[in-house]
Design a protein around this ligand. Structure first.
Ligand code: NDP
Length: 242
């Protein structure tokens, strides 16, 4: 079992991933943007599984901050074996009305943030000749979505990045995959109108939103030995929506 970094691990899907990987026996770094108290609460639950768990605040869109955090992690906990690029935001709006900053913020955090971590952590993993990377994309990146041109571009970009990194890191025994969740019950989707949520459920074969734990299970599989020959893939977990 190795060390796992989960970006955006303080809430929602990231928190469920951190807890599941801790239950699997991995030490965990729980990154967050600002809610350190929540990250500490997740760390406490992880520690109940007998692993080390450390909450750490840094902005994944800041390359220098990622570099600093990773150096500190390497010194104190060792080279990460697992990276889960989960941190993400939405700034929805129809394309013709979207402000430049809405577009830029989402690309900067959801796409560039994942790249920052992938590049820096990937280099460390290459030297260690092992590693597992999972990028949390979205079905929005596969099929597009009204009001989310920024988010869909970032999430589609993540899939391209996943495929490229899989090719570049494969010879060092590192796998890189993506998970594309559908609608999952978290703070992110709680902002949506009831009407939109009810309409969405009608399009989901299982007739309900997913739970964060149902994405954590996919990540747990992708970083396990059971998935040792899977790389460059995007696993859709959407209850049968697309
Ligand atoms: P939440 O809004 O519940 O949580 C977002 C997490 O990302 C928080 O931990 C937040 O930290 C962190 N975060 C945001 N910005 C930054 C940043 N700049 N640096 C570091 N951490 C940051 O999101 P979800 O759990 O719903 O989503 C998690 C991922 O799954 C996202 O990438 C999202 O796009 C994706 N996804 C979600 C779906 C859903 O239906 N919920 C569907 C498909 C994909 P803090 O708590 O400090 O703000």
């Amino acid at each position: 079992m190795g060390l796992a970094i989960v970006t955006g691990g303080s809430r929602g899907i990231g928190a469920a991933i951190a807890e599941k990987l801790a239950a699997d026996g991995h030490d965990i770094v729980i990154n967050c943007a600002s809610s350190v108290d929540k990250a500490e609460a997740v760390a406490e639950k992880c520690r109940a599984h007998g692993v080390k768990a450390v909450p750490m605040q840094w902005d994944v869109s800041d390359h220098a901050a990622c570099d600093k955090a990773l150096k500190e992690i390497k010194e104190t906990l060792g080279v990460p074996y697992i990276l889960v690029n989960n941190a993400g935001i939405t700034r929805d709006g129809l394309m013709v009305r979207m402000k430049e900053e809405q577009f830029d913020d989402v690309i900067r955090i959801n796409l560039k943030g994942a790249y920052n971590m992938l590049q820096l952590c990937g280099a460390m993993m290459m030297r260690a000749k092992q590693g597992r990377i999972v990028n949390i994309s979205s079905i929005s990146g596969l099929v597009g979505n009204f009001g989310q041109i920024n988010y869909c571009a970032a999430k589609a970009g993540l899939i391209g990045m996943t495929k490229t990194a899989a090719k570049e890191l494969g010879s060092r025994g590192i796998t890189v995959n993506a998970v594309a969740p559908g609608f999952i019950d978290t703070d992110m989707t709680s902002k949506l109108s009831e009407e939109l949520k009810e309409n969405a459920k009608k399009q989901i074969a299982l007739g309900r939103f997913g739970k964060p734990e149902e994405i954590a299970g996919v990540v747990s599989f992708l970083v396990s030995d059971n998935a040792s020959f899977i790389t460059g893939q995007t696993i859709v977990a959407d209850g049968g929506m697309i």
